[in-house]
Design a binder for this molecule. Sequence first.
Ligand SMILES: C[S@@+](CC[C@H](N)C(=O)[O-])C[C@H]1O[C@@H](n2cnc3c(N)ncnc32)[C@H](O)[C@@H]1O
Length: 416
Amino acid sequence: MSNTQSTRTKLQALIQELIPLAEKYEEPATGAFGLEDPLITKTKQLLTQAQSPTDYATSLMVSSLEAICLRTLLHLNVLQAIPTTGNVTLADLSNKTNIQPSLLERLLRVPVSTNFLAQDPTSGAYSHTHLSLAFTDPSSMPSRLFPFIYDEGLGGLMPLLPQYLTHQHAQTGKWEEPGASRDSTRYNIETWHAGVEGEKTAFEVMEMDPVRMERFQKAMGIGEHLNPVVGYYDFSKLSNPNDPSHPILVDVGGGQGLALSAILQAHPTLKPTQCVLQDTHPVLTLAQTTNPANLPHGMTYQPHDFFAPQPIAGARAYYLKAIAHDLSDTNLVLVLKRIVEVMERDSRVLIAENVLPEVGGGGIMALMDLMMMGIGGKERTEGGFRDVLERAGLVVEGVHRAGGGRRYAVVEARLK
Ligand SMILES: C[S@@+](CC[C@H](N)C(=O)[O-])C[C@H]1O[C@@H](n2cnc3c(N)ncnc32)[C@H](O)[C@@H]1O
């Protein structure tokens, strides 16, 4: 069989497989994240099979550019200026946005080429597709997620990965993960890019820009929508009403307290007076002034560097959400050891994170993992969590998965 014939046979087989998948296709839930319908997975296989390597290289370049154009269009409020129904000419769009027509035309050419936006082939007028329309609602998941991920790494830092690795190789003689043989909180793409390599951590770089810090902390709320905080771990078992002075829940690096707030709301038996929110001083100041999580009165706000000795001894649980993935294995072990030093037999460490499968994991997990690489962190498999917990003197008691096809889980650990 010639190559073309064998490709045709494979394409026909894939198309046959698409038909039953199309019959079972479900409209994705709003905000569903990384839960790819089998129809989409199979369609991508079909496309890959049909593409030549040159087609593939072309689409790769175009989709990278599409992200840049889309970020720029959002920045300039262009998508919002396209009517939700009907279409708009270039001249009208230019008048509405006060943007030079030729700049607009050139920025819009890419998203039109990918069918993200529609363009009338005769008049050239632009209209929305269901995809672009979603980006006009500032509260929609795409509008919240894409600019955040783009601004926090995808657009600026990740494209520097080849240069960063070359720079690191010149210093260490090794091709390795950022900071693998140094302190990865201070040696990573973010700190190198900011010109403070070895001096500040990635989060200290962020704190140098209060506007960015506030935007980042606000954006943490997106996580609650993508991966619910409650519903798969029974936090109510931490309750200890007989000893009201006993700390029950310490949220280590808890940011604005969004997770703590969700936990307290879902488990009214937990007393706020027995809960502690720890983070850096600037972040807690922001949390107290803006209180976006609507945290109840009575809980303690405690500035604390999680590399320093843990000031709350014997709490029922030390909760770390989206902390482990900011850290290398070495640094995570250091942070966990600070907690281990003050744990009692009934104390637990609760790590809330995505748990990668041992093999693969899909595009969005790969993206999150590389985003974390930018600041010296990483996503982990269950085996990866077991390993760091073991090195810190802990043992896994359970992996409580969020379910619904999500990778998210609470990894519960106790003293060995
Ligand atoms: C990705 S955010 C997660 C926040 C929160 N746990 C959540 O899930 O919304 C990481 C948090 O760790 C905090 N952080 C970073 N380095 C820290 C340190 N050395 N000590 C304490 N908190 C730190 C940051 O200020 C930030 O709020």
